[in-house]
Write a protein that binds this ligand. Structure first.
Ligand SMILES: Cc1cc2nc3c(=O)[nH]c(=O)nc-3n(C[C@H](O)[C@H](O)[C@H](O)COP(=O)(O)O)c2cc1C
Length: 333
């Protein structure tokens, strides 16, 4: 993952390292590699959900819901499943922030407890977090965020929502960004459905100070995307994604595949985040091995069709150059 961060930061963007699936040892090694290869600013990103209590009854219902797939794949539906490796930001991770001093630390699902936030600030990092509503943006500003990522519902991956669970009222980027800009005094970063210079310039027009792109970078060779996911992205169009909780227990935007269609897109049976991923793991491993994407979480935003297969550094430079051209053209017209 460090390759992507290095390429983007070297090209003048802010390369971001997702840490939710990393152990402290893996994070140390990634940060060591990044710091050896670039002296540019970097962002490291953490989930900060409250670790869930295992609800055995719900686990059982989830296993029962998935049992027919276990039978189909010749697996024992009663065998123990791995626990999800998505971890929340904790003091061990914070120690690494203090040691490596990334310029920016971002969070998803709110913020960690105040002591950890203070330690991150004391290490000199600017703090960002995602807001999916104006209330969340105000809350993050009050808690000391240096900038707010306004994540519209077009965005790929997990919704950063943390004060609401109501998916039906989640806001699109074009409506969310200006309302967040009006509500807070810190800079706002627009995210969701932005994949080229047109989207970036539009975000600036809405009052954003910067943009965050996820899906557009999945097309780069540096992205750690499996071949099934990559080919689904290549075939994606504007109507191929949906918000679903079946993969982890929290709503996230992914390409529609069999498990999403048949079990979701939203399931009341999915255990709390990130536990739902446990019982899906053997299904994914075994079906992927025979070339099926039936159980693979293929995160993607709504603008996947606009993806370009370029190296991450080149994509970053091209986006910046295209934005300048577009701004110039607009100022002349
Ligand atoms: C494959 C994928 C993984 C993501 N993982 C994270 C993550 O670990 N942490 C996070 O804060 N946001 C994550 N996001 C969300 C992005 O930070 C960003 O909000 C989103 O990609 C912007 O919308 P776009 O996908 O339309 O560009 C992820 C997005 C994608 C597509």
């Amino acid at each position: 993952m460090s390759e992507m961060v290095i390429a983007v930061s070297e090209a003048g963007g802010l390369g971001s390292l997702p840490c939710a699936l990393l152990s402290a040892d893996q994070l140390r090694s990634e940060l060591g590699m990044i710091r050896r290869r670039t002296s540019r600013p970097i962002n490291i990103n953490f989930f900060c959900h409250r670790p869930p209590e295992v609800d055995l009854k719900r686990e059982l219902l989830w296993r029962e819901r998935l049992a027919s797939y276990y039978v189909e794949l010749g697996l024992d539906s009663k065998a123990p499943v791995p626990s999800s490796s998505r971890t929340a930001f904790d003091s061990a991770m914070c120690d690494l922030v203090v040691e490596f001093k990334p310029e920016v630390v971002s969070f998803h699902f709110g913020l960690p407890d105040k002591k950890l936030v203070s330690r991150v600030k004391a290490a000199g990092a600017k703090i960002l977090s995602s807001a999916t509503t104006v209330d969340e943006a105000r809350w993050l500003e009050n808690e000391g965020c240096d900038a707010i990522i306004a994540q519209g519902c077009e965005a790929g991956g997990h919704r950063g929502m943390f004060l609401t669970q109501d998916l039906s009222t989640q806001v699109g980027t074009i409506a969310l960004v200006p309302q967040v800009v009006d509500a807070v005094t810190v800079p706002v970063i627009a995210a969701g459905g932005i994949a080229d210079a047109r989207g970036i310039v539009a975000a600036f027009a809405l009052g954003a100070s910067a943009v965050q792109l996820g899906t557009a970078y999945l097309f780069c060779a540096e992205a750690k995307v499996g071949s099934l996911h990559r080919s689904a992205l290549r075939n994606a169009n504007d109507r191929r994604t949906v918000l679903t909780n079946v993969f982890t227990g929290r709503p996230a935007r992914a390409i529609i595949n069999r498990v999403v269609r048949e079990v979701g897109p939203m399931s009341d049976l999915a255990p709390e985040f990130p536990l739902a991923a446990g019982a899906l793991a053997p299904l994914r491993t075994n079906s992927e091995a025979v070339g099926s994407d039936d159980f693979v979480p293929m995160w993607s935003g709504q603008a996947a069709r606009m993806g370009r297969e370029l190296p991450a550094g080149e994509l970053t430079r091209r986006l910046a150059a295209d934005v300048l051209k577009k701004l110039k053209a607009l100022s002349l017209s």
